[in-house]
Design a protein around this ligand. Structure first.
Ligand code: MN
Length: 176
């Protein structure tokens, strides 16, 4: 796994996103979700694996309803330090737009094979067991598994940052 693609896509003179470097974390496996309003509104779902954040862009965002299978497109690995990033990516730069740190916490792997990956999330907003199922190339489905957290919450009601408690509009203003 490499952060080469991540670094190639970005001009670090212009964006305040962290430079891609591998790092070790000896504690629990971390995850984060960023709400990213760029050319398309989406959520970036990131799981720590082998010193980087494996990343998926989810156009509709996660859903607590086990019937909803949310498309999650795997994108380039991100550095672990990205899990703290919130702010503005300048217009014209890769991913230009507003980034809210929407959720963060740690996770536990419960099952994996070649096509699917199951885990328990311990976030502020996302909790319980979830699955990522690969169906074609970089395309996955994020699915809420049946447990006591199914239908726990409509995620659209979570409109504030887990880091700053700001809304998208407030983040936009703050970092202008
Ligand atoms: Mn994104």
């Amino acid at each position: 796994m490499s952060l080469k693609k991540y670094n190639e896509k970005r001009n670090f003179q212009k964006t305040k996103e962290p430079v891609g470097k591998k790092s070790k974390s000896n504690k629990k496996l971390k995850f984060c979700v960023q709400h990213h309003m760029a050319s398309h509104d989406h959520y970036d779902f990131r799981l720590e694996m082998d010193g980087v954040l494996k990343s998926w862009a989810i156009p509709k965002g996660p859903s607590y309803n086990p019937q909803d299978k949310r498309l999650a497109v795997m994108v380039e690995d991100h550095p672990l330090s990205y899990r703290n990033f919130e702010g503005i990516i300048p217009p014209g730069e890769y991913g230009g737009g507003t980034v809210m740190l929407w959720d963060r916490g740690y996770y536990e792997i419960t099952y994996y094979d070649k096509k699917s990956f199951k885990f328990i999330l311990h976030g502020k907003k996302l909790k319980g067991s979830w699955a990522l199922v690969n169906f074609k190339d970089n395309n996955y489905l994020l699915i809420k598994e049946h447990d006591k957290y199914e239908n726990y919450m409509d995620i659209k009601k979570y409109t504030r940052s887990v880091k700053s408690n700001l809304t998208m509009q407030e983040i936009k203003k703050k970092y202008k």
